[in-house]
Design a binder for this molecule. Structure first.
Ligand code: KIV
Ligand code: ZN
Length: 406
């Protein structure tokens, strides 16, 4: 199956940063932007310059710091927004102005109080003005997936004629289902006569927990740019998570034949950096980068992992930069995992010793969430007369629980 190269558009510093609890100082934005560059994303959306002087300055400083990726700045389809974005992007080696206007009747009537005709005119004027500054202009039809398809197609055709080179069709409120998104992209790309002159882009929100599935559906239907954020942060429930989209295309290349420039070994470090800078912890069961993503406590799972990691892991932790798999000793752990950890601690236990240690460990685990090495040392000392001791292996190094590699 032929693979095609996707444009990975990271909007952690714009859609992500505008969510409650995720604001960053300028120096922190630069640090994160440099991390995103090292990670291999193609486009870094650095902010919304008209929102504040600080935002404008942050975009300017990111533009100065970044070498390879395109640096994008958001602007409404209004002259002063676009001029401000252009000012911020002036130092960028590869600037992109990203201009947007809503196209759904709900947004036009209730929010913008604008007619369809006026919005179309503003969209075209915005793109023309942006093209006066750069050849790389992205147009987004906000609330595209809830827009009237005929009107949406007219707007898209007009903005491509006006010079837009990327057309982003956001599922702004995370309302769609994957089959619907696929149908939507296929239909729009098929109907817009000059669709071949632009790259189509997907930008999905996670209100129903479908942002990644919807993004992948859009890619399957012809979108070639995917917009996403580290840890999936963004407005409300967030955006499609970059690490999930990337690893889905990597692990399931048989179904998702897309290549990206992302160096997957940097995913965990990027997630950790964002979390450290914002002070917002990553949910422990978060796919790919959560603390439990490569941790196993259930006895059957630990036993399977010790025999062959592929029984319960579909990717290797090192592929995403996670130091190692952890087998957490707790009340669900089995004898095999306890034996393995005792061996790693240097104890060669007889069968009877192991039985006693295992019983004590499970009793202790009823009162304590995680069993650490000191607990196991104490149990062995009390339960076993002469536990033969070999060289002790270093502990797993996980801050929470009891980690050891397999
Ligand atoms: O969700 C959305 O519609 C957006 C646009 C501004 C691209 O973030
Ligand atoms: Zn958004």
């Amino acid at each position: 199956m032929a693979t095609c190269r996707l444009v990975v558009f990271d909007t952690t510093l714009r859609d992500g940063e505008q969510a409650p609890g995720f604001s960053l100082r300028i120096d922190e934005k630069i640090r994160l932007a440099l991390q995103l560059e090292a990670l291999g994303v193609d486009v870094i959306e650095a902010g919304f310059p008209i929102a504040s002087d600080d935002d404008a300055e942050a975009v300017r400083r990111v533009a100065l710091a970044i070498g390879r990726p395109i640096v994008a700045a958001l602007a409404r389809c209004a002259p002063h927004d676009i001029d401000r974005a252009a000012w911020s992007l002036a130092p960028a080696r590869r600037p992109r102005i990203h201009t947007f206007i809503a196209t759904s009747d709900l947004h036009l009537e209730r929010k913008l109080r604008m007619s369809r005709g006026a919005a179309l005119e503003a969209a075209v004027a915005g793109v023309v003005r942006a093209r006066g500054y750069t050849d790389d202009v992205q147009f987004s039809a906000e609330d595209a997936t809830r827009s009237d398809p005929d009107y949406l197609c007219r707007v898209i055709e007009a903005v491509i004629s006006a010079g837009a080179t990327t057309i982003n069709l956001p599922d702004t409120v995370g309302y769609c289902t994957p089959d619907e998104v696929a149908e939507f992209f296929r239909s729009v790309i098929g109907r817009v006569p000059n669709a071949d002159r632009a790259v189509f882009s997907t930008h999905c929100h996670d209100d129903l927990g479908l942002a990644v599935a919807n993004s992948l559906a859009a890619l399957g239907a012809g979108a070639r740019q995917v917009e996403c954020t580290i840890n999936g942060i963004g407005e409300r429930a967030g955006n499609a998570s970059l690490e999930e989209v990337i690893m889905a295309t990597r692990v399931r290349a048989d179904r998702l034949p897309f290549e990206t420039g992302v160096e997957t070994g940097g995913l965990y470090a990027s997630s950790q950096l964002l979390s450290a800078l914002t002070g917002e912890a990553v949910q422990s069961n978060k796919a790919i980068v959560g603390r439990n993503a490569f941790a196993h406590e259930a006895g059957i799972h630990q036993d399977g992992m010790l025999k062959d990691r592929r029984t319960y892991e579909i990717m290797r932790p090192e592929d995403v930069g996670v130091p190692r798999t952890t087998l957490v000793l707790g009340k669900h752990s089995g004898r095999h995992a306890v034996q393995k950890r005792c061996e790693q601690l240097g104890y060669m236990l007889s069968r009877q010793d192991l039985d006693r240690v295992y019983r004590r460990m499970t009793a202790l685990a009823d009162t304590k969430k995680h069993i650490v090495d000191d607990d196991l040392d104490a149990i062995v000392a009390e339960e076993c007369d002469h536990p033969r001791r070999a060289v002790r292996e270093p502990a797993g190094g996980q801050e929470a629980g009891y980690g050891f590699g397999v």
